[in-house]
Each structure stands twice: as C-alpha cells, then as structure tokens.
Design a protein around this ligand. Structure first.
Ligand code: NAI
Length: 462
C-alpha cells in the first residue's frame, strides 16, 4: 500500500492538469486511470480526435470549393478513410503519450485500473488499496441516450462510435443539434454523407446567442446539412446495416420516420460516477446526478473533492482544467480561483463559433441596459482574401460603464479570437479599452477591434 498527499481519480483534462499542478506544488501525487492510455474522453475519444477529423475534412472542403478560385488547378483529393482514421489515431497517440511523459517528468504515479473510494482517505484500485490525505474525483462524463434508443456503436452510435465508423456512411441522422451533433455532422457532410439533424428545440445550439444561432444554422444549411427542428425523437429501430428514426413534430404531434445508414445520438452527456462507491461514502449529489461541491470543490465529505464534468457547470475540458489547477492550489494551502463568468465556449465547425459571457437574451432577461457592437468579417481584408468573410463579431457592453459583458463570434478562427475578449473581461476592460488597443493589419483580430469600436463612435470598415 502506497501513501499519497493526493490521489486523483481520472486522467482527463481535469485530472491530469490537477495532478501536474499538485506535483509542481510539492504534493506526492497519483492518478488512477483504467483506460489503456491517459487523457480521458477528451484526448482519446473526444476533443482531440474530432479536431483531427474536422481538420482533414475541412482541407477536403477547401480543395473542392476554393482551390480552383485561387488558381490551384488539378484533381480534388479523394478520401482514403482508413488513412484518415490512422492519422486521427496517430494524433491521439502523440497526445496521450505526451501526458505519460509529463507524469514521469513530474513524478506522478499512474495507478492502472478503475478506482473506488471504500472509505475516507483510501482509494482501491484492483486488489490494492492506497492511502491519500486528499482524494479528487475527476471521473468525467459519458454520453446519455434517450429512452427507446439503444446504442450499439455500429449503426446507432455516440460520438465515440462516430470517430471510428468502418466507412463514410451515405446517410446519417444526427439526433441533437448541440456541439457534438454539429461538429461530427459537419465532418461527415464534408466527406460526402447526406446529413440530417433532428432537434427537439426550434433553434440549434441551446443557450447560444440567438443571432449567432440563426446565422450558424444558415451557414450549415448552405454546406448541405438538413435540419428537422421542433422534433422529438421517440425511438430508433436498429436493423442490420440501417436504422429508422421515429420522431414527432412538436407543433402538431404528427409522426415521421427517417432512414439512415448511421444514427448519431448527440443528446447530451451525464456525469460518470459508476463504481466509485459514492453512495456508501454518503457523497451528496444534485438532482441531475452531479457531485455537489462547495466553493473549494470539496464534497460534503471532508478530504474528498470533485472537479470537471462530474460536478455542476459547463461540460468543457478547459473548465475542468481550471478547476483542477485551482483545487491543487487549495490543497497546497494557496488560493484557488475560477472565474465562471469568463469561460469561453467554442464549436470547431467551419466557420468556428465562439462565445464568452452574457448573451443578449440573458441581458434582456436580467433587464440590464447594454449596447451592441457588431462587425462583419466581410469588412475584414484578411477574411476576404481567405474566403472567410461569412460571419461576424458581436460585443455586448454595459450601456453606462462600457464594461464588456459578453462576446459572440462566428467566423474564421473564432475559437482563437475569443481569447483577447476573455482577457479583456478578466481585467474588467471596457469596449473602449479594446478599441484603443493597436491590432496588427491584416489580421482577423481587427474584426474584434472593429466590433469594440462599434460599441463607441463606430467601426471604420463598414
Ligand atoms: P448538448 O447538450 O450540447 O446538445 C444536445 C441537443 O440534443 C440539444 O439541442 C437538445 O435539445 C437535443 N435533444 C435532446 N433530446 C432530444 C430528442 N429526443 N430529440 C431531438 N433532439 C433532442 O449535447 P452534446 O452535443 O451531446 O454535447 C455534450 C456535452 O459535451 C456538452 O456539454 C458540450 O458542451 C460538450 N462538448 C463540447 C465540445 C466543445 O467544446 N467543442 C465538443 C463536444 C462536446
């Protein structure tokens, strides 16, 4: 039996980042991980592999649609699916091995196997029980299905199965127009699948700024993705090589059916806490099955902490990472802090969609006086040169103080551009602060500055 200052259960972005920071702060640290490789859902079957496929399929799209316009003539590339999957797997391998290297470098022990907490201060992995002054649960989340829908990861798949289909399907139905559905739907639409997204609500990407939702859906439609909105999926019948999706339109309760080679169920994720022994330990949970924590990420059981997808808040890798670093600071006797008002969200489609802070809808609900500064990428020289003029930057600022309250971007590199606004918000900046900051020309970032200018005396290029 080994004894540690901290044992972390789970090696996803929450767990591994937490472990590295704990070790850097002088704590004797171990991580329990049952997968063959480190990195959790994000590195193995989530963020990283999906980005590889998004990148490859975007390159194909560029070759098919924009190369000839730039004078790049020749046959468009064809898809070697096996090779594309091998490229994706190679990317996964490089990243998971990278974490293994960082564990060695920081002298973090990897306890291989699935962990449980038989009592406070103890973590059981396989037949061995280890002692820990503190235990951090970073066990992540798993796909949640619908009643009447059985996942076989062959014909009816979650995001995991969607990352390793044996071939590019001719037809695909995606249930749920959230982040996963639209990212994976985009991949297959670009690779030639006929993709239909069936969504319960009347707008895609719930919780996102309304104007962005509309513009985003228009863009995806132009790319060939079909949408059935206001449709509640009732059941999916999986046949051998096909599936039938039964849904009801909410407006008139009429029943409809769609056939597809593959059905992707992307209706959300739920905390993964199976087998941890939380019940017998007496850990308090929320009604939605999340672990309840206090301001220091401690559960109601002293010495047992939880972070990431297993607790409340957005299920985002970077939110988990921030919590991991913060809880490490708390355990080392320092101050741990996460600003939940400034957590960016990104959808890695093309164009990308990114947001931070309040939406217009939130501000209206709060009865808050605000102003809007908007700038279209059509007025950005760099975007025009790169066939990336679709989309806009929208900054929301307090009407009186000019303080930035939120930002929404649909357009090229939106996921990177959002961060200058995050930094500005973190420092309590006004839109004018951003507008007065010199931005290099010609960059996409100039569109951010122009949106900030639009909160004041007006943008220059529109
Ligand atoms: P989601 O919660 O984002 O979207 C699920 C969608 O399914 C909703 O629009 C919902 O209205 C719809 N839906 C639910 N039941 C339905 C039914 N019976 N019929 C039709 N539609 C139905 O969930 P998603 O996309 O599965 O993502 C799960 C989590 O993973 C999210 O928290 C997301 O933020 C995170 N994630 C983040 C990524 C990123 O940051 N780029 C990438 C992938 C996942």
């Amino acid at each position: 039996m080994a004894s540690y200052d901290v044992i972390i259960i789970g090696s996803g972005p929450g767990g591994y980042v937490c472990a590295i920071r704990c070790a850097q702060l002088g704590l004797k640290t171990a991580v329990v991980e049952g997968r063959e490789t480190l990195g959790g859902t994000c590195l193995n079957v989530g963020c990283i592999p999906s980005k590889a496929l998004l990148h490859a399929s975007h390159m194909l799209h560029e070759a098919e649609h924009n190369f000839a316009k730039m004078g790049l003539k020749g046959k468009s590339p064809s898809v070697d699916w096996k090779q594309m999957l091998a490229y994706k797997d190679d990317v996964i391998g490089q990243n998971t091995k990278g974490i293994e290297f960082l564990f060695k470098k920081n002298k973090i022990d990897w306890l291989k196997g699935w962990g449980s907490i038989p009592e406070v201060g103890k973590v059981k992995v396989g037949d061995e029980t280890h002692e820990a002054k503190n235990i951090i649960i970073a066990s992540g989340s798993e796909s949640s299905s619908l009643p009447g829908v059985e996942i076989d990861e062959k014909v009816v798949v979650t995001s995991t199965g969607a990352l390793e289909l044996p071939k590019v399907p001719k037809t695909m139905v995606v249930i749920g127009a959230g982040v996963i559905g639209l990212e994976m739907g985009s991949v297959y639409a670009r690779l030639g699948s006929e993709v239909t997204v069936v969504e319960y609500l009347d707008a895609i990407t719930p919780g996102m700024d309304g104007e962005v939702q509309k513009s985003f859906q228009r863009t995806l439609k132009k790319q060939g993705i079909k949408f059935v909105m206001g449709a509640a999926v009732q059941s999916v019948e999986a046949l051998k090589t096909k599936a039938k999706v039964n849904y009801k339109l909410r407006k008139d309760d009429s029943e409809h059916q769609l056939d597809a080679d593959v059905v992707l169920v992307a209706t959300g994720r739920k905390p993964y806490v199976d087998g941890l022994g939380l019940d017998s330990l007496g850990v308090e949970m929320t009604e939605r099955g999340q672990i309840k924590t206090d301001d220091h990420w401690q559960t109601n059981i002293k010495g047992v902490y939880a972070i990431g997808d297993a607790i409340e808040g957005p299920m985002l890798a970077h939110k988990a990472e921030d919590e991991g670093m913060a809880v490490a600071c708390v355990l080392a006797g320092q101050h741990g802090h996460v600003n939940y008002n400034v957590i960016p969200g990104v959808i890695y489609t093309h164009p990308e969609v990114a947001n931070v802070g309040q939406t217009e809808e939130n501000l209206k609900d709060q009865g808050r006086a605000y102003k809007v500064g908007k700038f279209s990428f059509m007025g950005n020289g760099r975007a025009k040169a790169n066939f990336a003029g679709d989309g806009f930057v929208k900054i929301l600022a307090d009407k009186e103080t000019d303080r930035i309250l939120g930002a929404h971007i649909i357009g090229p590199m939106a996921g990177d551009l959002i961060h200058e606004i995050c930094v500005a918000m973190e420092f309590g900046a006004s839109a004018e602060d951003l507008a007065l900051t010199c931005h290099a020309h010609p960059t996409y970032s100039e569109a951010v500055r122009e949106a900030a200018l639009a909160c004041g005396d007006g943008p220059i290029h529109s």
